[in-house]
Design a protein around this ligand. Sequence first.
Ligand code: DC
Length: 228
Amino acid sequence: MTKSVPIITVDGPGGAGKGAVCKQIAETLSWHLLDSGMLYRLLALSAINHHVALDNEAAIEVMASALDVQFASAAGQKGIRAFLEGDDVTAELRSEDVGMAASKVAVIASARLALLARQRAFAELPGLVADGRDMGTVVFKHAPLKIYLTASVAERAKRRYKQLLENGQSGNLARLTEAIGARDRADMGRSVSPLCPAEDALIVDSTALSIDQVCETIISEAKSRLLI
Ligand code: DC
């Protein structure tokens, strides 16, 4: 019998700390990492670059099936780098505009379906940490540990603001708060795979927790479930 791959899913709204938490857990456990938001962002960027309207369902579905993307994690570099049709688009992907565009293409059911197999292919031994909106509810429904990571809108806006400044970009806290609220409404309100905790998810509120504290909580839960 093939050994089943242990999977920890981490879903939640933008800015709750999923990215940093998942990266740290994957590094600690030496497991694979899936940043599914990056796939939706790549799809959105591809649509923008090819002048395809974000609500053109048929064209976006075709793009999702044929998306020419590559990921690389170079030693000493921060996180995974993403390449679209050969170009390094990592920095571009992180912008609020691309995030909002990703949220728009993410409502297209056929595009989500087209990305399903690509996401499931990340499940390889020794294990996978999957970061997204529907990892525990749709993509890895049978994962043995599902986390729903959240934080208040104000705290998430503050974190994004700090991140922007650290990256040498400018930010406007009020506008960021508004953008985060709008994206929450889009992600939670859509009819296909809306953002919501899986029934069996453990809800972790990171508003007053550090990344290390969140990781400790998740890792101790994984230990108590004999996943690691
Ligand atoms: O996690 P993120 O901010 O990179 O995600 C960008 C958008 O992609 C998010 O607003 C909704 C969409 N998304 C999704 O629908 N399902 C996922 N599993 C991940 C992201």
